[in-house]
Design a protein around this ligand. Structure first.
Ligand code: NAP
Length: 277
């Protein structure tokens, strides 16, 4: 089988888990794929796009997720909804996808966390947008909690503009009150090296049945550790990182994976990350 080339592009792009995860996914699917890292800034895209078009496919990370769009022939439904692309499949046409939303949903599904009822999302950046849109599309009652109400209100306005039936209210994180079926942290609070920090108070956390933390370094944040100690079902961000990569392979090759292999990859990615940091 002829080797096909794939890559991740970003700028700056230092330590990334992508080659480790994607190479394993090619192996598991018995696909002959190579996967490299390319440092490309948005300014360089006009000259580098020819190189990218010669690849079988590629992933895109910050700051190119919007900048790549004018160079593609079409976007799939979710990439168009989000106005963001993290995966490109090159064939007769160049098509852009975003796999973060499905990666997030699969991470919840395999952690046995139902995505329904009252959901609290913390933050209003890129990950929060993913969680917010998906919660609104799933018909959840959403509370978006942030430290800056202007940013929260503008994200809600954007979401309601795209998903008119969205049921979303806002709160300052410090004033968070209520019982939640799921609390999803979409801030970097608790991330290495500030690993003792938690995005919400212990009191607020104690009223959450399930907890998802987008942070994957460390693997078990204080938020996840305390949620588990409370008896809540809690899962960290490494599962989403791996699942969004799995979705890319479904797009590129239609690959189907055994859940035990993916569980092992999540664990091995965690071990690999510990060696980097
Ligand atoms: P982002 O676009 O920069 O947004 C970060 C958000 O966190 C902003 O709303 C920011 O608020 C808020 N924030 C930062 N520090 C805070 C603090 N001390 N208290 C309260 N809010 C705070 O980042 P992102 O791309 O959404 O990523 C957020 C986290 O998710 C990162 O740790 C990232 O690594 C992780 N992530 C994981 C995955 C995965 O696959 N597991 C995928 C995407 C992202 P202001 O706007 O007020 O500054």
């Amino acid at each position: 089988m002829k080797k096909r080339n794939f890559a991740v592009i970003g700028h700056p792009i230092g330590h990334t888990m992508s080659p480790f995860i994607h190479k394993r996914l090619f192996e598991l699917a018995h696909e002959n794929g190579d996967y490299t890292v390319l440092d490309i800034s948005p300014d360089e895209l006009p000259v580098k796009i020819h190189t990218l078009n010669e690849l079988a496919g590629y992933n895109i990370t910050i700051p190119n997720k919007q900048a790549i769009i004018p160079y593609l022939d079409r976007l799939d439904r979710k990439a168009a909804l989000y106005g963001s692309v993290n995966t490109v499949k090159n064939g007769e046409v160049q098509e852009g996808f975003t796999t973060d939303p499905d990666g997030f949903l699969k991470a919840l599904e395999y952690a046995n966390i139902a995505f329904s009822g009252n959901i609290c999302i913390i933050g209003c950046g890129g990950a929060a947008r993913t969680f917010l849109y998906e919660a609104a599309l799933a018909g959840c009652h959403v509370t978006l909690a942030a430290r800056d109400m202007n940013k929260a209100n503008s994200l809600v306005q954007e979401a309601v503009g795209k998903i008119p039936l969205a049921d979303i209210k806002t709160s300052l994180i410090s004033e968070l009150d209520g019982e939640f079926d799921l609390l999803a942290n979409a801030t970097p609070v608790g991330m290495y090296p500030n690993i003792d920090n938690m995005p919400v108070s212990e009191k607020a956390l104690s009223r959450c049945k399930n907890v998802f933390d987008a942070v994957y370094n460390p693997l078990e944040t204080v938020l996840i550790r305390k949620a588990k100690a409370n008896g809540s079902n809690a899962v960290g961000g490494m599962s989403m990182l791996v699942w969004q990569a799995v979705v890319a392979h479904e797009i590129w090759d239609g690959s189907v994976y055994n859940i035990h292999d993916i569980d092992q990859l999540i664990e091995d990615s965690s071990t690999k990350l510990k060696k980097i940091f």
